[in-house]
Design a protein around this ligand. Structure first.
Ligand SMILES: *Cc1c(COP(=O)(O)O)cnc(C)c1O
Length: 355
């Protein structure tokens, strides 16, 4: 149990009203959670303070060797005014796996959840209520030792910041165009691909730029060894519905284990939809498209929940998925998950946690 000191702002910012379109991650609430770590002492000085810049030494290790981790989850307001988190323990469990992989000290799960709940409670009035909106929660940890040698830091900052966000696609679910990358790779087994750390994102930017130049919004990564097997979409996991079966790449050490990915698999099991986690080659997708059995393609992640894929480009082939619109399964999954998140659909799987 953390002893959290709370210092409220004396200068609150205006809370965005319903007219504000709320772009992703541009507005931050009045407060943030901070806790320090010092080797020998452990995590200490948990506090909620006004959202403000922080001061770090230019030599702080995070700036030089990238020892940092992050998470992303959301809080939702129900019609009755309750505040719900969606499967926060999955994020917390994953956070500690990331920590272990990159030599950051872990945080007791109950303390992590307490910190999230406490800061969300303080800024509860910032949770937007229009359909599709939510409060995005960004916990992260950075290495702060002022030292240019290479080793794990002895001091860290754990912070949680909050951002009201709009519907990812204001006009509703919007099919995206995907570029299948066969030159650059994102991650290899044994690396940090399954950890939620900035390194994976910096590794992906060049290909993302290339895709944008070609008019594609996202990159689909192939495996780093043979460039043959499907991995993920960089900030989303990927699913295909082929001939009635939902398939997704199995977690192989270089793919991020998404909470939304797990939720799709659990719902398939509940609904009796055949679902497989296995290796999927790009040739298999190409063949399925050619013979008409590629029924749906969609990405999954906390930010958009689901992102239907309208078309894929692989080398010189452009594969349009069916009519390029939203598939029936994609829509059903989106409606169910967002319904559970906002308390409109009974939470039979026990996925929501009240703040
Ligand atoms: C966060 C993330 C995802 C999606 O995970 P969710 O828990 O569903 O939000 C997928 N891929 C990468 C690389 C990520 O960082």
């Amino acid at each position: 149990m953390l002893d959290i000191r709370i210092e409220k702002t004396t200068n609150p910012k205006p809370i965005p009203g319903p007219e504000n379109p709320l772009k992703f991650g541009t507005i931050f609430t009045d407060h943030m959670f901070i806790m320090n770590y010092t080797r020998g002492q452990g995590w200490h000085d948990a506090r909620i303070v006004p959202y403000a810049p922080i001061s770090l030494e230019p030599s702080a290790m995070v700036f030089h060797y990238g020892q940092e981790m992050f998470e992303g989850l959301k809080a939702y307001k129900t019609e009755e005014g309750k505040t719900l988190l969606f499967r926060p323990n999955k994020n917390i469990e994953r956070a500690n796996k990331t920590n272990e992989r990159i030599c950051i000290p872990t945080i007791p799960e109950e303390d992590f959840l307490q910190a999230i709940k406490a800061v969300v409670k303080v800024d509860e009035a910032w949770i937007p209520t229009r359909p599709g909106t939510s409060l995005y929660i960004r916990p992260f940890i950075i290495a702060t030792d002022p030292f240019l040698g290479v080793r794990p830091s002895d001091t860290y900052l754990f912070m949680i910041i909050l951002s009201p966000v709009g519907a990812y696609y204001p006009e509703g679910l919007n099919p995206v165009k995907i570029w299948i990358e066969d030159e650059y790779v994102r991650a290899v087994r044994g690396g940090v691909g399954e950890a939620k750390t900035g390194a994976n994102y910096v590794a992906s930017m060049k290909a993302q730029d290339k895709a944008h130049e070609e008019g594609y919004s996202q990159v689909l990564w192939l495996d780093g060894v043979e460039r043959k097997y499907i991995e993920e979409v960089g900030a989303m996991n990927i699913f295909f519905k082929i001939n009635g079966t939902v398939v997704t790449p199995k977690l192989n050490g270089s793919i991020l284990p998404g909470v939304t990915r797990d939720s799709v698999i659990r719902l398939c099991e509940k609904w009796g939809v055949p679902v497989e986690e296995r290796r999927i080659s790009i040739d298999e997708i190409y063949e399925a498209h050619k013979n008409g059995t590629l029924e749906e393609v969609f990405g999954t992640g906390t930010a958009a929940v689901i992102s239907p894929v309208g078309s894929l480009r692989w080398e010189d082939h452009i594969m349009q998925v069916k009519d390029g619109g939203i598939g029936e399964f994609s829509q059903k999954f989106y409606d169910t998950v967002t319904g559970i998140q906002t308390g409109k659909i009974a939470d039979e799987l026990g996925w929501t946690v009240e703040v």
